[in-house]
Design a protein around this ligand. Structure first.
Ligand SMILES: Cc1cc2nc3c(=O)[nH]c(=O)nc-3n(C[C@H](O)[C@H](O)[C@H](O)COP(=O)(O)OP(=O)(O)OC[C@H]3O[C@@H](n4cnc5c(N)ncnc54)[C@H](O)[C@@H]3O)c2cc1C
Length: 579
């Protein structure tokens, strides 16, 4: 094994370098010619080609990893140093790809796409995005640059995979790719074992299939999509339908609602696995994974029903989700004295049996609102939401408008991904905050009403901070705020929760709240390293990065980064380690 890199400390997303360009660009500007001119200069860049606080986000094209560099000088130096290895060249502007981006009247830039080639150890084709702004004197400079590895020479295209006409059900275990270890009786060999058949696991399985890399996906549940099907009945995705699409095929057509239900999501996941005949072993749980240094492969023990089997592979992917195995539940005194029902949201299905009872929801983020709305609809006699800190509110219409402007009904998902994920994290964060400021007039009135109803609103609304540092903690308003404003959901936000009484909850200021049912919507421990630790040996675990929070470049720690040994992490959809 190689040297162990020290684990990266998490930093505050607010401290990332980067800013929005406060410039105006006339509608008549000839953006195509300007973009073409900058693309022609890409072969040899100097710091003068960039804004002082420019950003460059690379995805595998020139750095072999997921990396963001900041500042004109560091970017130009790295670009030119990397030329010594990769000889990046043949830069071609993608015809008709330029347009003017605007965020309100004072922020504007030109977008353009280009393609290029790399030589060096792994020659291939790449693509990139440019975001350009004018500076006094008439020059156009690069504000943001992003680059992506598209395809290695003489290798299949990861973005091309055709549906297979399958008749087999996906819950039938598929054949072994090879059985080098034991003639196909109890062991098998794959290039990659993927643990978990959710969105991330299935996407990776399909990507590997496109690259002709043999893989098996193991799923502990008896059907694909159960991690959604098992959650509470009223749950809907808060991100819009087209943002949720897989690569290769749109499993959710326009006949589906904009916000998919858990049933819709489960159906789509199953259809995707079937369409591409992905090799998924259901009812198969990971037991243990041991790295064999001599053979340079993993020995993966799995339990298929009651049959223990070993699978050998060079690569192991954890696509095991956002930590729902680790519900966070405050350890409050006197719980045993409470006469009512106490659940964490992971155990909660619906409120139908509690009509006429007093319901309390602890937590004021997405799930807290969903459960409180359920309680209103189920006719509980009183519903109170217990809120600790201030909660950012993002109207769903704003989120959908932003996602749908990139993930349109017709734009290929692969292209939308490049547009969305090429933008440096700091810029995405500032863009969301600016968009909320621009809609302040529409939003503020409602926020005032929420505050009058004793809901503590986080007016800063740093949604990306919530997403990246807490993986939650905000509310995408799909209707719950109205019920708080209307008084159907009461707020208890004036004093910290300190324990139970026999009739309900006790607060620091001596006040109490009667309850028959208390649902804790207090989230999950989302550092996947903890979960992976259940299956890995200590020396391997030591090499794993924490999967939580941002690193100093604004990349999710642990995501798509080389670790101590050749440890990397998943593409596309987060929540995944490739070991
Ligand atoms: C309440 C809630 C609402 C959410 N809403 C949204 C939303 O609106 N939009 C959005 O983009 N994201 C949302 N998310 C995040 C969402 O979980 C992810 O986007 C998506 O499900 C991630 O997919 P995944 O494949 O990483 O994980 P999952 O879908 O959780 O899949 C993980 C799979 O791994 C399997 N597994 C785990 N351990 C093992 C093991 N030891 N052996 C074998 N199999 C195993 C599980 O059974 C599961 O099938 C939400 C999350 C929650 C909890």
């Amino acid at each position: 094994m190689g040297a162990i890199r020290p684990r990266e400390p998490a930093i505050s997303i607010a401290s990332l370098p980067g800013s929005l360009p406060r410039v105006t660009i006339a509608e008549t500007v000839v953006h195509e010619a300007i973009a073409q001119g900058v693309v022609d200069r890409l072969v040899c860049l100097s710091s003068d080609d960039f804004l002082g606080d420019a950003l460059w986000r690379d995805k595998l094209a020139l750095t072999g990893t997921n990396k963001t560099l900041a500042g004109a000088l560091p970017i130009a130096s790295a670009w030119n140093e990397l030329y010594e290895i990769y000889k990046q060249g043949n830069f071609i502007y993608v015809p008709n790809s330029s347009n003017i981006g605007r965020l309100g009247p004072q922020i504007a830039w030109i977008n353009a796409r280009f393609t290029f080639t790399v030589a060096g150890p792994l020659p291939g084709t790449c693509s990139g995005n440019l975001m350009l702004v004018p500076v006094p004197g008439g020059q156009w400079k690069i504000w943001c640059l992003s680059t992506f590895l598209e395809k290695l020479d003489n290798q299949p295209d990861v973005d091309v995979l055709h549906p297979v006409n399958v008749t087999t059900a996906t819950n039938v275990p598929h054949g072994l790719v090879s059985d080098e270890k034991s003639n196909g009786t109890a062991s098998s060999y794959y290039d990659c074992v993927i643990v978990g058949a959710g969105t991330a696991g299935l996407t990776i399985a399909a990507r590997l299939k496109a690259l002709d890399i043999s893989a098996v996906t193991i799923e502990r549940d008896h059907q694909i999509g159960n991690s959604w099907a098992k959650r509470y009945t009223s749950l809907r995705a808060h991100t819009s339908r087209n943002y949720n699409q897989f690569p290769y095929v749109r499993v959710w057509g326009p006949e589906y609602p904009e916000l998919l239900s858990t049933g819709d999501i489960t159906e789509g996941l199953q259809r995707f696995a079937t369409l591409f005949d992905l090799n998924v072993w259901l009812s198969t749980a990971l037991q243990k994974a041991v790295w064999n240094e001599q053979d340079l492969q993993w020995e993966v023990s799995v339990l298929r029903g009651d049959w223990e089997q070993k699978v050998f592979a060079r690569h192991l992917v954890f696509a095991t989700g956002l930590g729902t195995d680790f519900p966070v539940m405050p350890n409050l005194p006197n719980k045993e004295k409470f006469h009512g029902t106490v659940l964490h949201s992971i155990e909660y299905k619906n409120s139908d049996l509690w009509s006429g009872k007093k319901g309390v929801v602890v937590g004021s983020a997405n799930t807290g609102h969903d459960v409180a709305v359920d309680m209103v609809n189920a006719g509980l006699s009183s519903i109170t939401m217990v809120q600790r800190g201030h909660t950012p509110i993002l109207p769903v219409q704003m989120l959908s408008a932003q996602l749908n402007s990139v993930y349109t009904e017709t734009r290929p998902v692969e292209l939308a991904d490049r547009l969305m994920w090429g933008i440096p994290t700091a810029i995405t964060r500032l863009t969301i905050m600016e968009a909320m400021k621009l809609h302040a007039d529409e939003i503020n009135g409602r926020l005032d009403l929420l505050e009058q109803a004793n809901f503590k609103v986080d007016r800063e609304a740093d949604i990306m901070k919530c997403r990246s540092e807490r993986r939650g903690g905000h509310y995408v308003d799909i209707g719950g705020s109205n019920m708080i404003i209307a008084g159907q959901i009461k707020m208890k936000s004036d004093s910290p929760l300190v324990g139970f009484t026999n009739r309900g909850l006790a607060f620091e200021d001596g006040s109490t709240l009667d309850a028959d049912v208390v649902i804790f919507t207090t989230g999950f421990e989302t550092n996947m390293r903890l979960y992976a630790g259940k299956f890995l040996e200590p020396d391997v675990l030591e090499r794993l990065e924490d999967f939580a929070g941002m690193d100093s470049e604004g990349e999710t720690r642990g995501l798509c980064r080389p670790l101590g040994r050749k440890l990397g992490i998943s593409p596309d959809l987060s929540q995944t380690y490739i070991l």
